[in-house]
Design a protein around this ligand. Structure first.
Ligand code: ZN
Length: 291
């Protein structure tokens, strides 16, 4: 049923879309011309457009533990209004059909987990039914780090407009109101072998998700890493990172910890093969895709 296994856990990627998000040098403000030339040389096809835009995939992972079906990060969603991101406004895609093709109906999901509460990781938390945003996964508890939730909730209360305000309003608050949210510490253990770990910087309360089953280890990295080029240049933070310095420190520590350790790294935005192992290489790292 699953496409790959981490010990006894099954993993399936559910792709919503791929999109040329931004010119590489504006998404990675510290990417020099020389570095860009090296990136063009090393990244596989599909990661960079001919005019050097970074191509990002928007996908979820289904984690089948044998006990629970867990959906991790819920992409952008249909029918949402995204004034800061017109290309993602009023989308109408095949996400739920893709989920069904992977053997999963909305009612089959036991837990939804979000690495952070940006609009492109919470979108399918809800769907529009008769003009109202309702939880897409009626039987699921939605696990969110409390620190991350508190940050965006405080931002929301100020009334200030920002790129993540609409997403919080239409994809997080309805989950709270429906009493489907479980706000947890950012080292919360969901079940045996599944636990959160704080990895702040991309967003104030961003977490990564650790998996351990048998001899295998897995890691869902959320947005602490966006693109394969960050293994070649781990210092590079993105313009989407709230705190570029903290994101840099935490990303490098995470990469160093898992490099050569055999961990299956499940990345959030990689085109094509998004699960792989990190290997050390000279003064940097390499991502060897496996799925
Ligand atoms: Zn993000």
């Amino acid at each position: 049923m699953s496409d790959m296994n981490i010990g006894a856990f099954g993993i399936t990627r559910v792709v919503e879309m791929e999109y040329p998000m931004a010119p590489a040098q504006s998404f990675f403000p510290e990417l020099t011309d020389d570095m860009l030339a090296e990136v063009r040389r090393i990244v596989p096809p599909g990661h960079l457009t001919d005019d050097d835009k970074v191509i990002l995939s928007f996908h979820s992972y289904i984690l089948r533990t044998g006990r629970y079906n867990i959906l991790i990060d819920t992409c952008c969603g249909d029918d949402k209004q995204r004034p800061h991101r017109p290309a993602f406004t009023n989308m109408s895609g095949n996400y739920l059909q893709t989920l069904a093709a992977a053997g999963m109906q909305p009612e089959d999901i036991d837990f939804v987990m979000c690495t952070h509460l940006h609009w492109d990781h919470v979108g399918w938390n809800t769907r529009l039914i008769n003009g109202e945003w309702v939880p897409t996964f009626p039987n699921a508890k939605y696990i969110m780090a409390k620190g991350e939730y508190d940050h965006w909730n405080e931002m929301y209360a100020t009334g200030k407009d920002h790129a993540h305000r609409n997403g919080f309003e239409d994809s997080v608050l309805p989950i709270i109101r429906a009493e489907k949210a479980v706000l947890v510490a950012d080292d919360h253990e969901v079940d045996t072998g599944i636990w959160l770990e704080p990895c702040h910087g991309h967003s104030p309360g961003h977490v990564v998700i650790n998996l351990e089953s048998g001899d295998d280890r897995g890691l869902l990295t959320g947005d602490i890493i966006h693109h394969r080029l960050q293994f070649r240049y781990p210092d590079l933070s993105t313009s989407a990172d709230t705190d570029m310095e903290l994101a840099r420190t935490n990303r490098k520590a995470l990469i160093e910890k898992h490099a050569g350790a055999g961990t299956f790294v499940c990345a959030a935005h990689f085109h094509g093969q998004s699960v792989g192992r990190i290997e050390p290489e000279a003064d940097h790292f390499r991502f060897d895709g496996v799925y």
